[in-house]
Design a protein around this ligand. Structure first.
Ligand code: RFL
Ligand code: PHB
Length: 413
């Protein structure tokens, strides 16, 4: 079946879903396709922390009803090391906060809104292909859940299909430069039916390895342990996980409450950046273009920041003004590299590398002491954690976007 849309979007993660909504607010038509089922997308356990600017973006896009009711505003984090747990007060240092609201909830809100607004959203598709990327009519092909093959002529395609997607590999070899670092550890994450034992997130440096206590709701906790990259999850029964968490978070007069483990998984830790984030009429956004280790809580926020830049850029492009589209990659990459550095810095300050010697441990402890004792160092962490620059994509908008008489949504042909 042959159809037409203005923007073909590959991937219904936070990037693709938010992009389709932001485009709809601008009167731009899109078709969004996703290989997984709706249920799978809504249940996939991932990020939890929204930057100050991401929350602002969702509010401005009228997507924050549940976020404002259920999100937990946090004014800082704890850094724990060498027997002390010290608070970094974001509110006092930067006037900003972060909001803990699970990626699963962000995705549920976005899917519900797109469907309520009549958006074209197809789950469980197969054999996705993109072609004609260096022409002004790129084509998106896929087979829907009922087995019908579709060919969608587009004005532009957004590759929001994550690190393992098909869009980045569709760019001819030699065009992209990539930078990659695999870290010699992974994260074992659990979701537990137990009230958090802390009011704000605890990032713990420990000689046995890093641990993170995050939260999901007043009744649900999210916890992570640094493990070996090749760790077998079968070697980690729940009792072993709780014992190791209790050991790494141990402090006098504090206990870690335990509960039923509802979800358990191991995630590799890597940094990856590819540049440029555009090839012809294909624009990459989110994890399709870059990955950060989760220690800085940046991946979801970067994905949302990219599409906040991309929506007005596509609006311009479709109406004959190429300026924002031409600036898209460089604008996003500036934020991406800042987050890549911050995430690398948090990761290497807090994790124990295999074979690390005492010198390395002392250097980490010195850095941690400096961060909690120097107001300037603490403010730098706070500024990066709550989001830098503060407003995703904000400064890109020209005062008066030029409008040409470009093509709008076309009926199916
Ligand atoms: P996603 O979410 O991976 O979505 C991509 C979608 O594309 C689909 N897809 C395809 N669809 C059609 N055709 C194809 N050929 C396709 N190939 C793939 C996939 O099924 C999927 O639905 O990418 P997006 O939208 O760029 O969003 C990125 C975020 O999901 C990711 O960066 C964050 O989850 C990272 N992250 C965190 N980020 C934060 O900002 N704060 C955090 O606290 C945080 N914690 C985390 C994290 C990631 C983690 N894991 C599991 C990697 C904690 C963890 C443990
Ligand atoms: C989470 O809640 O899943 C989470 C929070 C902070 C991080 C990473 C993950 O740095």
């Amino acid at each position: 079946m042959r159809t037409r849309t203005q923007v073909g979007i590959v991937g219904a993660g936070p990037a693709g879903l938010l992009l389709s909504h932001l485009l709809a607010l601008r009167g731009i038509d899109s078709v969004l396709i996703e290989i997984r089922s709706r249920e799978y997308c809504e249940a996939r356990q991932r990020a939890g922390v929204l930057e100050h600017g991401t929350v602002g973006l969702l509010r401005e896009a009228d997507l924050a009803d549940r976020l404002d009711r259920l999100g937990l505003e946090h004014g800082g984090i704890y850094l724990q090391f060498d027997g002390e747990r010290r608070h970094i007060d974001f509110r006092e240092l930067t006037g900003r906060t972060v909001t803990v609201y699970a990626q699963t909830e962000v995705v549920k809100d976005l899917i519900a809104r797109r469907l309520a607004d009549g958006g074209a959203l197809e789950f469980s598709v197969t054999d996705t292909e993109v072609s004609g990327l260096d022409t002004d009519q790129p084509v998106l092909r896929y087979t829907d859940a009922a087995g019908t093959r579709h060919e969608v002529a587009c004005d532009a395609i957004a590759g929001c299909d994550g690190y393992h997607g098909i869009c980045r590999p569709a760019i001819p070899s030699g065009v992209l430069t990539t930078w990659e670092r695999d870290y010699p550890y992974a994260w074992l994450g659990i979701l537990a039916d137990v009230a958090p034992s802390t009011d704000e997130l605890i990032y713990a440096h420990h000689r046995s390895g890093f641990a993170l206590h995050s939260v999901r709701s007043p009744a649900v906790s999210r916890l992570y342990l640094q493990v070996r990259p090749d760790e077998d999850i079968a070697a980690w029964p729940d009792e072993r996980i709780w014992a190791e968490l209790a050991h790494r978070f141990a402090l006098p007069d504090w206990t870690l409450d335990q509960g039923l483990v509802a979800d358990k998984s191991i995630t590799p830790i890597r940094s990856f950046v590819s540049s440029p984030m555009r090839y012809g009429r294909l624009f990459l956004a989110g994890d399709a273009a870059h990955i950060v280790p989760p220690t800085g809580a940046k991946g979801l926020n970067l994905a949302m920041a990219d599409v906040a830049v991309l929506a007005p850029a596509l609006d311009g492009l479709l109406h004959g003004d190429e300026r924002l589209a031409a600036a898209y990659s460089a604008t996003c990459l500036e934020r991406v590299w800042r987050a890549t550095h911050f995430s690398w810095w948090m990761t290497t300050m807090l994790h124990r590398a295999p074979g690390a010697d005492e010198m390395e441990t002392q250097l980490q402890l010195s850095q941690l002491r400096y961060v909690v004792r120097s107001r300037v160092a603490a403010a730098s962490l706070a500024e990066n954690y709550t989001g830098y620059p503060e407003r995703p994509g904000g400064r890109l908008e020209p005062a008066e976007p030029a409008r040409g008489a470009g093509p709008h949504a076309q009926p199916a042909t």
